[in-house]
Design a protein around this ligand. Structure first.
Ligand code: 5GP
Ligand code: MN
Length: 337
């Protein structure tokens, strides 16, 4: 049996989404917890474009904007709390399910039955909006936002372009993931012609990292395990303390491990508390980690996904999940070598 990769999920309910936006004046935009460059880039690109078209828009993210993304235009407007906000529309970006938009997002939705548009590009999206704008062919939620702006016939301003290009660059690892097409470059060209500064983005995201991350890598890499095409690492609370990294901070280690040429699937298992374990998965083209993540309550892309498992220790999670990943290795075949 081989692992047939499903057709990309595409559900673009433009008319319903446009009607909701046209009837709203007070909008809150939200994105996923532990936001990355595409989360903040798509959130702010959309926020800026809507503001330029007469809407009052407040971006809200649990915990506010991470420090390393403060170069994104107007990211200083991002609030960590919803106190006093009574929007007539909520729009989420880059989240594949409703729990993923965090405490603040869910409080907003629960409070007054406000409608939700959700815009995303994950294959595992659960179509949880009143209007869904999901296109798993797009390389970033930021690309979906650009598509929506262009669909509306709006100009892309320099600030919106800067935010959106951030999503393109970070989610494609600088245009080198396997989903990048000629059209991706065409859209990046539109954003750069609108004035987006590529080097500013690269220097703030891909090319520079907290030094503590190097310290963590030096501390843990010798413990990596490689069996049957799966390469993985357990990361403990002590590892984070040793490296001087805030607990739960993004490590990028699953993306680093997958570069090992004997591996087809990589994983890190990160201890947040004794029985709260964050899993991060990567695969090389020809394999699929999205279904494993989805079956464990998470989600993501075919080649990059994740989940959080509660009620099991680090060792118990490793024992449960590594065999599932080994099975995915059996089901796949490398496409390129
Ligand atoms: P990362 O390993 O970089 O944290 O995440 C890889 C991909 O999986 C990202 O697209 C991210 O949005 C998705 N992902 C990671 N953890 C979760 C989760 O707990 N739930 C869902 N739905 N997606 C996740
Ligand atoms: Mn994304």
């Amino acid at each position: 049996m081989t692992n047939k990769i499903e057709a990309p999920l595409v559900r673009l309910e433009w008319d319903a989404a446009n009607e909701l936006v046209d009837n709203a004046s007070n909008i809150v935009t939200v994105t996923h917890v532990s936001p990355d460059g595409d989360a903040i880039g798509s959130l702010m690109g959309l926020t800026i474009a809507l503001r330029e078209h007469g809407k009052t828009v407040m971006p809200v993210v649990d915990g506010g904007c991470p420090d390393f993304l403060r170069f994104v235009p107007y990211s200083e407007d991002i609030r960590g709390m919803i106190d006093g906000l009574k929007p007539d529309l909520v729009i989420s970006t880059d989240a594949s399910d409703q729990p993923r938009i965090g405490k603040t997002g869910n409080q907003l939705l629960a409070s007054n039955g406000v409608p939700l548009i959700q815009l995303d590009h994950h294959q595992t999206n659960l179509l949880f909006g009143d209007a869904n704008l999901v296109d798993a062919r797009t390389v970033a939620a930021a690309e979906g936002v650009l598509d929506w702006i262009l669909e509306r016939g709006w100009e892309v301003s320099q600030n919106a372009a800067q935010a959106l290009l951030t999503g393109f660059v970070t989610d494609t690892l600088c245009f080198r993931t396997s989903n990048v097409t000629a059209s991706t470059f065409g859209k990046a060209q539109i954003l750069m012609e609108a004035g987006a500064d590529l080097t500013l983005i690269v220097q703030n995201t891909m090319a520079r990292k907290p030094t503590s991350r190097h310290r963590l890598y030096g501390h843990v890499l010798s413990r990596m395990k490689l069996e049957d095409g799966v390469i993985w690492l357990n990361l403990t609370v002590e590892d984070f303390k040793f490296a001087g990294m805030p607990l739960g901070e993004y490590t990028g280690l699953s993306g680093y491990l997958i570069e090992a040429d004997e591996a087809y699937i990589s994983a890190t298992f990160k201890e947040i508390e004794e029985t709260v374990i964050e899993c991060s998965f990567r695969a090389v083209p020809g394999f699929d980690v999205s279904r494993v993540a989805l079956s464990l309550g998470g989600g993501g892309h075919v080649l990059a996904s994740g989940c959080t498992i509660t009620g099991k220790t680090l060792e118990e999670v490793e024992e449960l999940v590594v065999p599932m990943l080994k099975k995915q290795v059996q089901l796949g075949k490398p496409i390129y070598r």
